[in-house]
Ligand binder design. Structure first.
Ligand code: F6R
Length: 234
């Protein structure tokens, strides 16, 4: 595991974008695993800059996102599809047909979970999976539990996650209470993992990387992956 400490959110974002950019340059048809949230916003804006400058070409890249809220349609401003479109996909030369997220509005969520797991594996898994980390150690929407969930599945969000995510909604009651997420097994099948974490995540990052490997701190499983880079900031 490589741990890189940067001096600021901007530096962290630039470094993360450089790593993702290197992946795209080395393998133009790579599969990028992507995340939403505050952590990757700066990274995405650096990728947009590099694409507009002609340094990066996303025309053959495929993307798979970690998760999506249940019940929010693609055009809902709080959906993760909307987040990805507005913060990345609409500003780079990626083929929209090559961008994948779980469908949080599927009528049969069990079938949707199976479909999305098969889709990710059918693409050969992520060459590089970008992750953020929740205050409780969650990755994707894998909340602390008794066991590491293996495949794509639906989850009830914990109160702490609902609270944390409510900053992006008008009222806390508007935050969906469930989501569909890649499992820990899906994430661990990525060839390389890049975790980015702002200064406010210092304690949980330390616990995840140096504490006991336990599903009560889902990100601790990353200690068992062979190719993880963590970028933190002071
Ligand atoms: C988002 C996701 C979550 C976030 C985590 C951190 O797709 O899977 O695990 O990465 O909640 O969120 P931020 O970056 O907003 O602190």
């Amino acid at each position: 595991m490589r741990i890189l400490e940067t001096n600021s959110y901007e530096e962290m974002s630039l470094l993360a974008a450089r790593m993702i950019g290197a992946q795209v340059l080395l393998k133009p048809d790579c599969v990028l695993g992507l995340a939403t949230g505050t952590s990757p916003l700066g990274t995405y804006s650096e990728l947009v800059k590099d694409c507009k400058a002609g340094i990066l070409d996303f025309s053959r890249v495929r993307t798979v996102n970690l998760d999506e809220y249940c019940g929010l349609a693609a055009d809902h401003v709080q959906s993760y599809r909307y987040f990805m479109n507005t913060n990345l996909f609409h500003h780079i030369n990626i083929d929209p047909e090559n961008t994948f997220l779980p469908d949080g509005t599927a009528e049969d969520m069990e079938a949707e979970c199976r479909r999305y797991e098969a889709l990710v594996q059918g693409l050969g898994g992520a060459d590089l999976q970008l992750l953020g980390i929740g205050n409780n150690g969650h990755i994707g929407f894998n909340e602390p539990t008794e066991d590491f969930p293996r495949d794509v599945h639906t989850v009830q969000l914990t109160q702490s996650t609902i609270q944390a995510n409510s900053r992006l909604f008008e009222r806390i009651e508007d935050v969906p209470t469930s989501a569909v997420t890649m499992g820990i097994g899906t994430i661990m099948k990525a060839k390389r993992i890049l975790l980015i974490a702002g200064a406010e995540k210092k304690e949980i990052v330390h616990e995840a990387l140096f504490g006991k490997v336990t599903p009560m701190v889902p990100a601790s499983v990353l200690q068992l992956h062979r190719d993880v880079t963590v970028i933190t900031c002071k």
